[in-house]
Design a protein around this ligand. Sequence first.
Ligand code: DSN
Length: 435
Amino acid sequence: MSALEDALKVKELVKKHTEWFRDSLPMIASENLISPMAMELLISDLHNRYAEGLPGKRYYQGNIYVDQIEEITTELAKKLFNVEYADVRPISGTNANQAVLFALTKPGDIITGPPLQGGAHISSAPFGAVGMRGLHKIEYPFDVEEMNIDVDLTAKLIKIVKPKLALFGMSVFLFPAPLKELQDAFQETGTTVWYDGAHVLGLIAGGEFQDPLREGAHVMSGSTHKTLPGPQRGLIVANPPGDEEKRAKFWKKIQRGVFPGVISNHHLHHMAALAVSLAEHIEFGKQYAQQIVKNAKALAQELYELGFKVLGEKNGFTKSHTILVDVVAQGGGRRVAEDLEKANIICNYNLLPYDDPKKPRNPSGIRLGVQELTRLGMKESEMKEVANFIKRVAMDKEDPTKVKEDVKEFKKEFNKIHYCFNEGAEAYKFFENLF
Ligand code: DSN
């Protein structure tokens, strides 16, 4: 193939991908749909430009408007999370985590955090950002019945280990982290508490999860494209402890962790899009977050009633956007996730707390997120239909390609985007017009 043919082939594949997702039920817990207004800014001239440093203190000319955009974005983040400090420059959640690690630890330090098979993000693994920083991670004990870290044992662990940094927050985040319950341990040891809110930022901002920075966390990082439905990017917010001088010093370390620590340019088109998404979440985030949690609970309950082993039963299955299902009886996580994909139901296979973390390729579970279906206008009654599609594929072993036709038909009614300034706009028209 010629170079041009390769380029055209990629364009064609992007078109096919877009059509596939338009016809599918996207249920990956870490994804979402950006709003049309935010999307427009992604293809602006900002994409072509560079900015390093902070507004008014750049290393490049040409940033007159970029500085104003960054100031507005930062203020919107501060307002949304009700915090003293915000940095909107990290270009992803992992990148934000790297910046926190760079700022608050030194190689050889000890960090504590949730276990991988208990849902921890890969950046906190020894083979992820934590390992790259040369840190030793000690994992919290996990309570499978609670589907959360074990509070008493974690308090003891923190008192014994006295970590430099105690990390909370996960990529399978069903229930709030027990920050209030661990207050004594934090205070006794003077531990700095870091909360990775990537999955639940939109729920936190919407007042529907926990409020980490008022429950003991000093700094919160996260990605901006999950329950907070913005561009693929990251942010860090903080309400550091101590007097004004101490707080400013803490924040300066974080800002230097971001730049020059782990980024150079910070992808200005994504920053402008983030400003729109933050503004939209200030306006619509509360209703959106409420509906996400209602939908997740409804889906979990329906799957449970259909006979699936949904984890977290003791605590009502979930308080977030995510549910976790043990599908060993249906053939295992991988088999089920692959069959669902053939039926246009997109989710991922996932380690469960009792799986061997060294065997991530065929775990016992699947993880399902409802934030994108909610964004497309689905409510509790639609969750029943979604549960039924999942049952037909995973439990009844119906031919997935047959189920796919019904999924496509069902999805036709849900291709409008909600909880944004262009309320009710066609979600995929923007992409379709590109081709
Ligand atoms: N690990 C991704 C997920 O939760 O899907 C997020 O980075």
